[in-house]
Structure formats: C-alpha cells, structure tokens
Design a binder for this molecule. Structure first.
Ligand SMILES: C[S@@+](CC[C@H](N)C(=O)[O-])C[C@H]1O[C@@H](n2cnc3c(N)ncnc32)[C@H](O)[C@@H]1O
Length: 294
C-alpha cells in the first residue's frame, strides 16, 4: 500500500455492499449494509444513482470480472454468518484486520451489547473512515476501538493491547480481502499472533486467492483483470493459496475445525434458489478455522 493514500480497493468493496443494499429488493439481498453508501466517493455515488451509468458499468464489469460481484457480496454474508455463530458461542472480542470501510461493528445485532470490536487498518485508510464515522454517528459507538497499524511495519500485538485488546478473551479475527495484499511472512506472523495471543475457542476467517494471481499465470478472465487493476491502484497481490492446500496450511499453523469453502460451492448454500448464484468466480476461497489450543 502507498503510505499516505487511503485504499482504493476498500472503497470499491463499500461500493459493492452499497449496490447490494440499495438496488436489490430486501428479500433477494445476499447481504445488508445500510451504512456502506456513506463511504463511497462522489464518482461511486454518481455511478450508483444513474440508471444509464449502472447499466454500462454492469455490462463492463460482467465482461471483465465475471462472477466477482456475487463472490464479494457472498463473502460479506459468509463472514456475517460466522460472526453470528461466534456470538451464539460466547464471543467476547471481534478483531477486524484490514477493516477498510467494514461496518459490521455498527450493523450486526448483538455486538454493541456484548463484544469489544477492534478495527485494525492502515493509518491512511482508517483516518478517512474515522472522519466519516464522525459524520454518521455522534458520538462513535463506544464498543468500537480504532487501531491504526501498518501490518508490514508495526507491532500488531502491541498496538492491539494498547487499544484494550485482552489476549485471554474468546476472539474472532476477520481478514476480509486482506491476506492477498500481504507478503507471506506477514500472513504467518498474523496467524502466529492469533494462535498465541487469544483466549480458548478463538477463531479466524479470511478469503484468499490462488498463487497464480501473484505470479501472473492465472487463466480466468476475472483473475487477469483483477491483477491488472490492483497493480494500477498500487495494491498488488502478494500472497496466494490453492483451495486444495488451504486446510493443510491452516492445520500446520495450529488451527482446527476447518471450514474451507471454494466460492462456487456457495451456489448450494448462500445462493440456493437465487438465480444470481450461477455467476460465481472460481478463483476465491473462504476459510474459517479455530485455534487449536491443545
Ligand atoms: C480490499 S480492502 C478490504 C477492506 C475491507 N476488509 C472490506 O472487505 O471491505 C483491503 C484493506 O486492507 C488494508 N491493508 C492492506 N495492506 C495493509 C497493510 N500493510 N497494513 C494495514 N492494512 C492494510 C487496506 O487499508 C484496506 O482497508
């Protein structure tokens, strides 16, 4: 990431959630995010508000990035569902790494009452988010703690503890759209921190892309388009994992009860009965795993 520039991809993710929430009838929505539109740029807002721009962009997006929109909104839902399951199992802390304009802390039922939420992100992106939050809420809800961290430079454990993180509590860590932007040793470092410095029953979830998205050998059209775009925005992919290797990767790093989902499988779960589910990208994988504290 560039040092002083807010993440472009974080804003694009907010655009997807805003589009799903504002343009899809409630009964057919894959995810809900009534706050997302606050975080999108003037251009993003124009694209969302104009039927002509929307149609053009939909056609271009479908051609360049087939299945990606559905996969992104399904990843939001997959993670929302995991948060609800963790809440039912006695969650005490939620740590959202690479939070961007994530709004779970403000929109998911049950968090504000019982859970301390830590939003960790690059200082440049987080500064933009905090300014927006001040406009939306006055004051910003007290269960949310903002932790500015450059994950390739700063000490995550130190910064989290300074913000009030308790390593003995049951914690769920979310890394949505994050690991692919980090060099592999930093992904290991974060997983090591989660394994060593969280309470019994803690868990992590993230999405991942294959190594072919890092070395440039990817064949899928959406993969080639994504690689080109993130390079242009100064946020190149650095970490890749094959779906068939992901469970072993997590076991080796001290995790158990692994739920490893290849995105097209979501046709049979999240998209069941919804015709949009035919169009899912095969390059994404989704991971949920519990810290093995034996
Ligand atoms: C694709 S966005 C995802 C944002 C959000 N999780 C979502 O899904 O809407 C990637 C996020 O990772 C953050 N990020 C990337 N590299 C980082 C780093 N080295 N240190 C801290 N944050 C980083 C960016 O600031 C950005 O918010």
């Amino acid at each position: 990431m560039e040092a002083n520039k807010a993440s472009v991809t974080a804003e694009l993710m907010a655009r997807n959630r805003a589009a799903e929430h504002l343009l899809v009838p409630a009964g057919q929505r894959i995810c809900n995010d009534s706050y997302a539109h606050h975080f999108i740029s003037t251009e993003g807002r124009r694209n969302l508000n104009s039927p002509l721009r929307r149609t053009i962009r939909r056609l271009v997006f479908r051609f360049l990035y087939p299945g990606v929109y559905n996969t992104i909104i399904a990843r939001v839902r997959f993670l929302d569902d995991r948060v609800q399951a963790c809440l039912a199992a006695g969650l005490e802390q939620l740590v959202i790494l690479g939070a961007g304009y994530d709004t779970r802390a403000y929109r998911l039922n049950g968090l504000a009452e019982r859970v301390q939420v830590f939003e960790v992100d690059h200082p440049a992106t987080q500064a933009v988010k905090k300014a927006k939050l001040k406009e939306i809420f006055n004051p910003v809800p007290g269960h949310v703690h903002h932790v500015p961290v450059e994950l390739e430079r700063d000490n995550l454990a130190e910064q989290l503890k300074k913000a009030g993180y308790d390593p003995n509590q049951k914690t769920f860590f979310i890394m949505e759209g994050l690991v692919m932007y980090l060099p592999p040793p930093f992904v290991d470092k974060i997983l090591g921190f989660i394994r060593e410095q969280s309470g019994a029953g803690s868990a992590v979830a993230f999405d991942y892309l294959p190594p072919s998205m890092v070395d440039g050998t990817v064949k899928a059209r959406e993969g080639r388009s994504m690689m080109k775009a993130v390079r242009k925005w100064g946020e190149p992919f650095k970490f890749g994992l094959n779906v068939n290797d992901a469970a072993g990767f997590m076991r080796l790093r001290g995790f158990k009860d692994i739920m490893n989902v290849h995105a097209p499988e979501l046709k049979h779960t999240i998209f069941k009965g919804n015709p949009r589910g035919e169009d899912i990208s095969g390059i994404f994988g989704l991971m949920f795993a519990v810290v093995d504290s034996r």
